[in-house]
Design a protein around this ligand. Structure first.
Ligand code: FAD
Ligand code: UDP
Length: 383
């Protein structure tokens, strides 16, 4: 008898497995229907020996000291600040050009052949920004800051490809992930902690799960695991609508197809990622792992991301009707006895890795407050 069955060996499932086993002495079975641990953060060396991320580039960044300290128990780090260029056509000449995204002072100066100062750029943007009475959508939030031309150049096509929705149909939180800056900071993220696990994500997960009280079964889905192994309580990190048999209909998730390529040269891209925001290019971005991992290799591996309706669920789609449908599932989840729903798919939140770790740690605290320790009870029974 396991004290817990945890469905999913990604961040949500693995953090909880580690906490329950290490802090409470609970016996935990972790299952994942994929043939590996680490969920979407899974990395491995490809045929050429280059460390790649199977589900697209994963760059760790957080402002949470608690999350960073927690993960630091299981990995050393390689400092890494991600930089992204967007390939766009210059408004006047139509010539292709790669410029920093998030939009910053250099983006504008290079694109328009200007030499604005920081203050001048603020005025330049203010003259182009469109007044929006109430900022609700992913279109509003961008046009209200940079105006329509830059919105169309950098955001409209990318977003339409990525989500199969116009930005006007998506919650503002989506494009608000990418800020606008009037300084020259060209980092994609500005978080306090930005680093990659030194030996990769999968190695870090391996250390988290290497506790004698944790059993890991990959290639095993929940439906089969529940038949085989008795358990007292359940932690679910898969899609919440799947757990409830799609009772209220499918919750929309967006998928991607990844095209991985190894090139017989040392470097492929001028930076970790190049975005392709134009609608004609079928992929959204290309990423080169050696920038992130620091690996030295005479070849290099890159990944193209093609948005897709079919495939594994990767992104919850933030818009009001989906939030309303999720609320109905959430009410079922809240009422489900002895079951906790944690993670990006189970709580239908567009969360980064650090937010999932934070959510899992908070869930552990709730469990500590609500669930008597089984190990203590066991000792009590024996005594
Ligand atoms: P997952 O990692 O999805 O784990 C859930 C696991 O549950 C899966 O492995 C799945 O196989 C398993 N499962 C589901 N149902 C069942 C079932 N019925 N039976 C058995 N197993 C089941 N975050 C960042 O912080 N930085 C980034 O740069 C970044 N880049 C990203 C790039 C892409 C392309 C994507 C898609 C995401 C990115 N993220 C990034 C987000 C990050 O992947 C997630 O925040 C994180 O992996 C979520 O962890 P999780 O445990 O909630 O879910
Ligand atoms: N986005 C965009 N153009 C870009 C980069 C991002 O329009 O060059 C929008 C797009 O809608 C994207 C969202 O901003 O889905 C969030 O971007 P982010 O890079 O955070 O996406 P993720 O890494 O989560 O896929």
């Amino acid at each position: 008898m396991f004290d817990w069955l945890i469905v999913g060996a990604g961040f949500a499932g693995s953090v909880l497995a580690e906490r329950l086993a290490a802090e409470r002495g609970d016996r935990v079975l972790v299952v994942d229907r994929r043939d590996h641990i680490a969920g979407n953060a899974f990395d491995h060396t490809d045929a050429a020996g280059v460390l790649i991320h199977r589900y697209g580039p994963h760059i760790f960044h957080t402002n949470s000291e608690q999350v960073f300290a927690y993960l630091s128990r299981f990995t050393a780090w390689r400092p890494y600040e991600h930089r992204v260029l967007a390939e766009v056509k210059r408004p006047v000449t139509g010539a292709a050009m790669q410029v920093p995204i998030p939009i910053n002072l250099d983006t504008i100066n290079r694109l328009y052949g200007l030499s604005l100062t920081e203050e001048a750029m603020q005025a330049w943007l203010a003259a182009r920004a469109e007044p929006v009475a109430q900022i609700r959508t992913s279109e509003d939030v961008v046009v209200a800051t940079v105006g329509r031309e830059l919105y169309e150049l950098f955001f409209r096509g990318y977003t339409r490809k990525q989500w199969a929705l116009d930005p006007s149909e998506l919650d503002k939180s989506v494009t608000a992930r990418v800020p606008t800056r009037t300084n020259r900071d060209d980092r994609y993220f500005t978080d306090r902690f930005q680093a990659m696990p030194r030996d990769g994500y999968t190695a870090m997960f391996g250390r988290m799960l290497a506790h004698p009280n944790i059993t890991v079964r990959t290639g095993l889905a929940f439906a089969e695991a529940r038949q085989r192994s008795p358990f007292r309580r359940l932690i679910w990190t898969g899609p919440v609508d799947e757990y409830f048999g799609f009772r209220f209909g499918k919750l929309p998730y967006r998928s991607l197809r990844f095209r991985h390529e190894t090139l017989d040269r040392e470097w492929a891209l001028p930076t970790g990622t190049v975005n392709h925001p134009d609608e004609a290019t079928p992929y959204t971005r290309v990423s080169e792992y050696k920038w992130m991992t620091g690996q030295v290799h005479r070849k290099t591996s890159i990944t193209y991301e093609y948005p897709s309706a079919e495939g594994d669920p990767y992104y919850p789609i933030p818009r009001p009707e989906n939030a309303a449908l999720y609320k109905r599932y959430e009410a079922l989840a809240d009422a489900e006895p002895d079951t906790w729903f944690v993670g990006r798919l189970a709580t239908y939140r567009y969360y980064n890795m650090d937010q999932v770790v934070g959510q899992a740690l908070a869930t552990f605290e709730r469990i500590q407050a609500q669930v008597p320790r089984v190990a203590a009870r066991r000792v009590g029974t024996v005594g």
